[in-house]
Design a protein. Structure first.
Length: 279
């Protein structure tokens, strides 16, 4: 076994200052030059942190929750959905055809058992019993969904980057922001003493894209596993880390951009104990 390894302090790649360790968080802010860094497979990587600008006239004390914002390649998404529908239609046709051929092959064997019945009627009855088809999404509902996405300047998937209590919480919270696709202005966040409580890698956020998108679909599509199994989203550009403002309430965080709230029970308790969470 090769024991030639050494442990080094995390240092800012810009000014060389030692970076503060943030426990379970993956991001660091240099206390000297305020640059942000994130741990990657190849060591520290420079990170740009963006922040949604507060609504005009707001003078409260917001909490800023980080999300990975991933722009979806809409052209690729459409091709993917069309391909999925085509595959389902082909499978459905093959299933019905096979069933019909199988049942028709039995007609000749059963013809003597019809005992006075009209063979033509009995054949129609046998064929009519073939109803095992693959469920395909309603075309008008699917067209409406794609048209609404087309009307947007960009279609983004928002994946929570802060610690949530479980995977379901990530999907539920990400669904709220993704479904609304709110309008906002971004600014760069480089204030002193502003560590970002990010505990999710961008590569992990991209893995969750499909699940959050599926959670935004109508119930009729969410239960259609034949359709969902072939849905895959592609990112149009690398994920961006964005902090969104929330008004802390007794049992929830109220979004200041988007008009929804997040139950505090979905956010990991360690967030509440961190004094830097609202600064």
């Amino acid at each position: 076994m090769d024991n030639n390894y050494r442990i080094e302090y995390l240092k800012c790649g810009h000014c060389g200052n030692r970076l503060p360790v943030m426990g379970e968080y993956l991001t660091f802010q240099c206390e000297t030059c305020q640059k942000y860094w994130i741990i990657s497979a190849n060591g520290l990587k420079s990170l740009s942190v963006l922040r949604a600008v507060l609504p005009d006239g707001y003078d409260g004390e917001p909490v800023f929750l980080p999300f990975w914002m991933i722009e979806v390649d809409r052209g690729e998404m459409k091709k993917n959905i069309q391909s999925a529908i085509g595959t389902l239609q082909k499978k459905s046709y093959e299933i019905v055809t096979t069933k019909v051929e199988t049942k028709l092959s039995l007609v000749e064997e059963l013809i003597n058992d019809f005992a006075g019945k009209d063979p033509t009627i009995e054949t129609s009855r046998i064929i009519g019993g073939v109803n095992e088809k693959i469920n395909i999404p309603n075309s008008s509902e699917l067209a409406y969904m794609l048209r609404k996405i087309d009307e947007l300047e960009r279609f983004n998937i928002f994946v929570p980057a802060f610690r949530a209590v479980n995977t379901y919480a990530y999907i539920k919270i990400g669904r709220l922001l993704t479904k609304r696709q709110p309008s906002f202005t971004l600014s760069r966040s480089e204030r002193p003493g502003r560590p970002v409580m990010c505990s999710l890698r961008p590569s992990e956020a991209e893995i969750m894209m499909d699940y959050i998108f599926i959670a935004t679909l109508p119930d009729s599509m969410q239960i259609n596993w034949d359709f969902l199994s072939d849905i895959r989203l592609s990112a149009a550009s690398p994920p961006r880390l964005v902090e969104f403002p929330f008004e802390p309430r007794l049992h929830s965080y109220e979004s200041l951009i988007g008009g929804f709230h997040i139950a505090k029970q979905l956010v990991h308790p360690s967030w509440e104990k961190d004094p830097a969470k609202a600064k």
